[in-house]
Write a protein that binds this ligand. Structure first.
Ligand code: SAM
Length: 269
């Protein structure tokens, strides 16, 4: 059944405020599901909606959990997909991720979602900082938002979350989709990104370092890092110790240079 037919069957009106633009493109569904579903790997879906991705995921026979805020959507999923799916009717940003992870067996997982676009950054940040053993994430988002995750140093979209995401994942665009691939149609173009775990871990101080370094984009690294409770001289010493220029700006630093700063900062404490 198409998303439109499902809304008629269940008497539902899509809720724009929750980003309810349902995927109605069979080719895109096939490609996303085949990227997300790996043999033996449980899947966690964010924002399953009416089940465009969930139904073919359930058909794979893999353990699937899905976190959906809208109880009307959860009722449709329950009626259409029955027991093949563990549904969590909660806000993804507030749900107990460890509990959901435990339901999926507590091992490596794959994440998939045609995300609610209004909270894309917050969702990816939660996943990146979660510490969960995520092998890959196949995430659909607004095209402009996707550019934050693939940005390189000096790009205007290079932000703290770029550094954190790229530390843990190799990120690449999988496909672009026009509004015609959805019902109802959104006003914006979309991109599916594939985040593949690269084997690195997240240094404990990295989130604090990138947040401080980017706090004032026009200020130098030395000025911004002083906010970490360092004197200017200590900030300068830390930066020089890492082979960097205290007058550099955060947006010029590579991910590995931020990691050096985070590790050196940690060893200073
Ligand atoms: N996966 C479906 C599809 O591709 O057709 C629906 C995608 S729709 C773009 C986003 C879904 O996320 C909606 O079903 C919406 O209700 C849900 N959603 C919105 N905010 C949410 C939140 N904070 N936590 C969990 N789900 C949310």
């Amino acid at each position: 059944m198409t998303p439109r037919e499902l809304t008629i069957k269940y008497g539902i009106t899509p809720n724009k405020a929750l980003g309810q633009n349902f995927l109605a493109d069979e080719n895109a569904v096939r490609r996303i599901v085949s990227a997300a579903a790996e043999p033996g790997l449980p899947v966690l879906e964010i924002g399953p909606g009416l089940g465009a991705l969930t139904a073919p995921l359930v058909e794979t026979g893999l353990p699937i959990a899905a976190v959906e805020l809208d109880s009307a959507m959860c009722a449709v999923l329950k009626a259409e997909l029955g027991d093949g799916l563990y549904i969590v009717n909660e806000d993804f940003l507030k749900c107990d991720l460890n509990a959901v992870h435990a339901v999926l067996g507590g091992g490596e997982v794959s994440i998939v979602g045609n995300l609610p676009y209004y909270i894309t950054g917050a969702i990816v940040q939660r996943l990146v900082l979660s510490g969960l053993p995520i092998r890959s994430m196949t995430l659909m988002m607004q095209k402009e938002a996707s550019e934050r995750f693939t940005a390189k140093p000096c790009d205007k979209n290079y932000v703290p979350l770029t550094v954190l995401a790229q530390r843990l994942y190799t990120v690449r665009p999988m496909m672009d989709l026009s509004p015609a691939s959805y019902w109802p149609q959104p006003d914006v173009a979309s991109t599916v990104l594939l985040f593949e775990r690269n084997g690195n871990s997240l240094p404990a101080m990295l989130p604090r370092i990138v947040k401080a370094a980017f706090a004032m984009r026009r200020k130098t690294l030395q000025n911004n890092l002083s906010a970490l409770g360092l004197t200017k001289a200590q900030a300068s010493e830390l930066i020089v110790f890492c082979g960097l220029d205290p007058k550099a700006r955060a947006e010029t630093l590579s991910c590995s240079e931020f990691v050096s700063l985070a590790e050196a900062f940690e060893s200073m404490r």
